[in-house]
Ligand binder design. Structure first.
Ligand code: CA
Ligand code: CA
Length: 186
């Protein structure tokens, strides 16, 4: 099982406007989100506001990717996600009920509607923001299709590049760098 703290991705070049928020109910005490009032409900993912990580899959075959998520409403509950250079997909959080305040109502949700097929080896996952305040705490990639994580899940075991500075400050950087970060998983 491969576990990634979403906030570990926040230091990457194209991460903004993704920001990190501290919250005691989040795994590792932090989660990734985008600011209120922003909107990226377009037909394709924005160029800015992308984070990525690499994992090493042990086996070929069916896998799933899940996220520990929370959302205030149906207007705050979607991201974009892509595996390698496959088609971008919209990830609409599947929540039984939306929470009324931050820090409540975390749930584990399948990031793709169905399982995905992948060969053993290195694969890159890229996540882009779509709706504001779509909170993402942690990610799981596994081929244990029946496994349902509980609570905050397992310890982060994927090494993420650009993740050393998971600062809560958004700063005023206006960098124009392109490309996505990479990382070596285990
Ligand atoms: Ca929505
Ligand atoms: Ca977290």
């Amino acid at each position: 099982m491969l576990w990634v703290e979403a906030e570990s991705l926040a230091g990457q070049n194209n991460a903004e406007p993704f920001t990190v928020v501290e919250n005691s109910t989040a795994s590792n005490g932090e989660y990734l989100t985008t600011p209120e009032g922003m909107d990226s409900r377009t037909d394709s993912p924005p160029e800015e506001g992308r984070v990525s990580f690499e994992v090493e899959l042990e086996n070929s075959g069916e896998h799933k990717i899940m996220g520990r998520i929370s959302a205030l409403s149906g207007s705050n509950d979607s991201l974009w996600i892509r595996i390698d250079d496959r088609e971008w997909q919209q990830w609409h959080y599947d929540l039984d009920s939306f929470v009324s305040s931050f820090g409540m109502g975390w749930a584990w949700d399948n990031a793709l509607d169905n399982e995905f097929e992948a060969e053993a080896g290195t694969h890159t996952f890229t996540i882009a923001w779509r709706e504001p305040q779509a909170n993402l705490d942690k990610l799981l990639i596994t081929d244990a299709m029946d496994y349902e994580p509980e609570g905050t899940g397992g310890e982060e075991n994927v090494e993420v590049s650009g993740g050393g500075d998971s600062s809560t400050s958004t700063g005023t950087s206006t960098g124009t760098s392109t490309g996505t970060g990479t990382a070596s998983g285990e």
